[in-house]
Write a protein of this length. Structure first.
Length: 173
């Protein structure tokens, strides 16, 4: 194994309520407790609770998070081997991220209120949560908006692509 989960930081809005949940409901003993930072025992992985410091502007620093977000800390055991085994995939992912952003910008692909409403209408029936409650959550979630933009991007690419299925041996030839 080249890496392990070292710690999880869960950002919260109410430290006392969060400690009570993780300690009393989930059974994790408290290792360290303070008003801004608490650590819980959970085997080899530390669970840390940290008060979120939200901001209205785009987030650029670690401290600028929303309650409910989490941070995973991975420990790499052999950095050279990890680098060798993962470099090609990392380069591929970085290239796709750059291309993705360029296409989204060039084609003016976005997720607006109507997209969030339609998603809430579809999902409220599936998961049994009130549509208005979902809309409120979706409007505050960058992840939901990003998912909608990704879905629109894939639909755009499929619409503009000419796909021809071939047998595997044809590719080799």
């Amino acid at each position: 194994m080249l890496m392990r989960l070292n710690h999880v930081i869960v950002y919260c809005s109410d430290m006392n309520r969060s400690i009570a949940f993780y300690r009393d409901q989930l059974g994790f003993p408290v290792k360290f407790e303070s008003p801004e930072w608490t650590e819980l025992h959970s085997g080899s992985t530390t669970i840390a609770l940290h008060i979120a410091k939200p901001t209205e502007r785009p987030r650029v620093a670690h401290e600028e998070v929303k309650a409910g977000e989490a941070h995973l800390g991975l420990e790499v055991l052999d950095i050279e081997k990890f680098y060798q085994e993962n470099r090609a995939y990392a380069v591929y992912q970085a290239k796709w991220a750059l291309i993705r952003e360029e296409i989204i910008q060039a084609e003016n692909i976005s997720a607006g209120d109507q997209d969030l409403l339609e998603l809430a209408e579809r999902e409220s029936v599936k998961i049994g949560i009130d549509k208005e409650r979902l809309i409120t959550y979706y409007k505050s979630s960058d992840q939901i908006k990003d998912r909608l933009v990704s879905d629109k991007l894939i639909a755009f690419l499929l619409e503009k692509s000419k796909i021809k299925e071939v047998e595997r041996q044809e590719i080799a030839e």
